[in-house]
Design a protein around this ligand. Structure first.
Ligand code: MF3
Ligand code: CO
Length: 252
């Protein structure tokens, strides 16, 4: 069953999602050659707590950090480490979740460290736009397959491949609720969206092939062919006419 949230519940999801957006914005300028991925995690944890929220990923199924930092061929769930440093030319995906008043917010983006290759730029661009295309399909009465299909078709038309092992998800009192939101699908398929559903939509695309390997740490998902990956995510609330993006800071 896909839960419909009350306006009061959406207030809390918005609060948590804005904390995530604010901290991701602050992190963006800290992604520079020489910073360790643990430095980024420390900053994220302190900032989330300073904003009155609680890190959502820390301890989730044993995940050991606040932030996921996934560099280059790492797709998602990169574990911060004091020994891993960002270097010039890297693309760095940051995924963050926070809890406010018992409700979750979740968002992600990919940041360039210094000058990056043309392919990396295109990948980041297409991944971000595939999320925008998906959000344009979200409204009460639409079927979820339209949203999924929007990501897949935009990505593939632009020469990128879609990761199939991980999906977006409903979000609310739990980080992962129904429905599961694949980044591929048929327009006529899937549940019908209703106003008050809250969804985390998160395309993960690769520049090469999209097969996934999970590393020995049990978390870090990398592209099997070593090709670059990018990841963008927003938490949104379905409305009658479209959706409200909850994971953006006040002034957009
Ligand atoms: N955005 C990711 C997700 O929805 C983050 C989860 S990381 C975890 O699955 F550590 F919490 F698992
Ligand atoms: Co998510």
């Amino acid at each position: 069953m896909i839960e419909i949230k009350t306006p009061a519940e959406i207030v809390s999801i918005r609060k948590a999602s804005r904390v995530v957006a604010e901290v991701l914005l602050q992190l963006k300028s800290r992604v520079k050659p020489g910073v360790s991925t643990l430095d980024l995690d420390r900053f994220a944890e302190k900032s989330v707590r300073d904003l009155g929220a609680v890190p959502a990923f820390l301890g989730y199924r044993g995940y050991p950090a606040t932030l996921c930092v996934s560099i280059n061929e790492e797709i998602v769930h990169g574990i911060p480490s004091p020994k891993r440093f960002v270097k010039e030319g890297d693309i760095v995906s940051l995924d963050l979740g926070a809890v406010c008043d018992g409700f979750y917010g979740d968002a992600a983006l990919t940041v360039a460290a210094g000058e990056i290759s043309g392919g990396a730029k295109r990948l980041m661009d297409v991944t971000r736009r595939s999320l925008e295309e998906a959000l344009l399909k979200v409204r009460a009465g639409a079927r979820l397959g339209e949203v999924s299909h929007a990501v897949e078709s935009y990505a593939e038309e632009n020469g990128m491949s879609v990761v199939r092992e991980f999906t977006g998800h409903g979000i609310g009192r739990r980080l992962h609720e129904e429905p599961s939101i694949p980044n591929f699908g048929r327009p006529g398929s899937g549940p019908v969206l209703k106003a008050g559903m809250t969804l985390a939509i998160e395309p993960m695309l690769c520049l090469g092939r999209a097969e996934v390997i999970v590393k020995n740490d049990g978390w870090t998902a990398v592209s099997a062919d070593g090709s670059l990956a990018a990841h963008y995510e927003h938490t949104v609330a379905v409305t009658e006419g479209g959706c409200e993006i909850l994971s953006i800071v006040g002034n957009g």
